[in-house]
Design a protein around this ligand. Structure first.
Ligand code: PHE
Length: 454
């Protein structure tokens, strides 16, 4: 604890691991591969990498500036005496945390079921499609959603140093080792190279779409693909809902925020790319790519299940267990950050003890997730609204606030600074991030309304 009585990270590694743990999750391993399959393969990966650095990194640094500067969770961080009217943005962040965790926990619950059934070997006695449809929506999905929420609440109850920090310092290295192992294994699969090509060789014509404007045919970047890539960037970096504000509020002033942001973004990107290197060879080696392109949320689970079934016997059990344990760990370290946003906001705002704040909000989130445990269409809609609309809008408004409204944001960035990039950062935030995010948000909104309307 710091002298002010607010909790703080014990070590630098503690913060970096927690932030990486938040960033790396189902977004990298479950969402990313099906987004790539749905949006034209490597071209999507290329857009995502560009957006990660041009838009994601500046927004992440803004969250750090706000979080460390105020030393508070999102709602109080955005209700400073000079700008009290921005409080609503903090409230939006907490609402996004509620919505995301509610369905995230359902998918994370599936990973526990896959893990247990890999351990016992039951998983490999049923076909991937039958197993997926049996366990993912219904009572067992409900029970494991509950179990996962209880686990998440348990860690958050432990607090920043004893709960989150200890947990991520063990789990994040475990995660990386397990992933490297699996990537090495898939590399040896016959047919893996096609998967690499699909994933890593962009067909640049996929990036372009011809728009009819006033009777003319105008080729331009495919905005729908760009909008989906932006949603994915925000989701995977845990941006646009205050997770990074919250985590950096427990940070002291000796660190270079830009450097920390760069380390975290690069690590997240590396792990997302590794996840792709793991999943796409499975898809091509076992002929599942076409299936992935239209089966969205089941892509990862079914393909990995099919792949491991081919090994046979104890080998299936071993690889399955390692893989689903990896996935569950990744999901847990992300879920913790989602719940911490809500918990710390309630603690700061209403002076609640950690126990009540974490358990109470965790319970409400569990209730909100129940529909997603029973219906796949609900899950897909909640995910689309959260990532493509709420996170993007949250990120846009944050960039407007830090870039244009906040008084002297460069001052906080300059504390502990080793790389002198404040001017460049602010310039990017104002003239690149704000207009691009505005355009993409409008595009995604149009897409959602158009889809709903017909
Ligand atoms: N980044 C996490 C993932 O990729 C999800 C997440 C989103 C976590 C927003 C916190 C905030 O799985």
């Amino acid at each position: 604890m710091s002298s002010s009585g607010r909790e703080s990270w014990n070590t630098r590694v503690g913060f970096i691991f927690a932030a990486i743990g938040s960033a790396v999750g189902l977004g990298n391993m479950w969402r990313f591969p099906y987004m790539v399959a749905e949006n034209g393969g490597a071209a999507f990966v290329l857009l995502y990498v560009c957006l990660l650095f041009l838009i994601g990194l500046p927004v992440m640094v803004s969250e750090f500036v706000l979080g460390r500067g105020s030393g508070a969770s999102p709602i109080p961080a955005l209700s400073q005496p000079e700008q009290p009217s921005w409080r609503w943005l903090g409230v939006l962040f907490v609402a996004s945390g509620f919505l995301i965790l509610s369905y995230y926990s359902v998918v994370a619950g599936w990973t526990i079921q896959y893990l247990l059934d890999s351990l016992t070997g039951h998983l490999f006695t049923v076909t991937p499609e039958a197993y997926f449809s049996e366990i993912t929506f219904g009572h067992s999905s409900f029970m494991f959603h509950l179990l996962f929420m209880v686990l998440t609440i348990g860690v958050v109850l432990g607090g920043v140093e004893r709960g989150i920090e200890i947990c991520v310092e063990i789990l994040v290295p475990v995660l990386v080792v397990m992933m490297l192992f699996l990537v090495a294994w898939t590399f040896l699969l016959p047919g893996a190279s096609e998967g690499y090509a699909y994933y890593l060789q962009p067909e640049l014509q996929n990036l372009v779409q011809v728009y009819g404007i006033w009777g003319m045919e105008v080729p331009f970047l495919d905005l729908a693909m760009l909008g989906a890539a932006a949603g994915q960037t925000f989701f995977t970096l845990s941006l646009g809902m205050g997770a990074m504000i919250t985590y950096s509020s427990y940070l002291n002033r000796e660190r270079d925020l830009f450097q920390e942001g760069a380390i975290i973004s690069l690590s997240d990107l590396t792990i997302a790319l590794l996840a792709g290197l793991m999943v796409f060879p499975f898809l091509t080696a076992f002929g599942l790519l076409a299936h992935a392109e239209d089966h969205e949320i089941s892509t990862l689970f079914e393909s990995v299940h099919a792949a491991f079934s081919q090994i046979g016997g104890l080998g299936s059990q071993f690889f399955g267990t390692v893989f689903f344990a990896t996935l569950m760990v990744a999901a847990l370290t992300s879920a913790i950050s989602l719940l911490e946003v809500v918990t710390s906001s309630l603690m700061d705002r209403y002076d609640l003890p950690r126990l009540q704040a974490a358990a109470g909000s965790g319970f409400l989130i569990f209730l909100l997730g129940i529909p997603a445990a029973y219906r796949s269409d609900w899950l897909a809609v909640a995910d689309g609204i959260a990532a493509n609309l709420m996170l993007l809008f949250g990120g846009l408004m944050l960039a407007v606030y830090v870039g244009w409204i906040m008084h002297d944001p460069e001052r906080e960035l300059s504390k502990g600074q080793q790389w002198n990039v404040s001017g460049l950062w602010l310039f990017c935030l104002r003239y690149l991030v704000v207009p691009v995010l505005f355009l993409l948000f409008v595009q995604n909104l149009y897409n959602v309304l158009w889809n709903v309307g017909g």
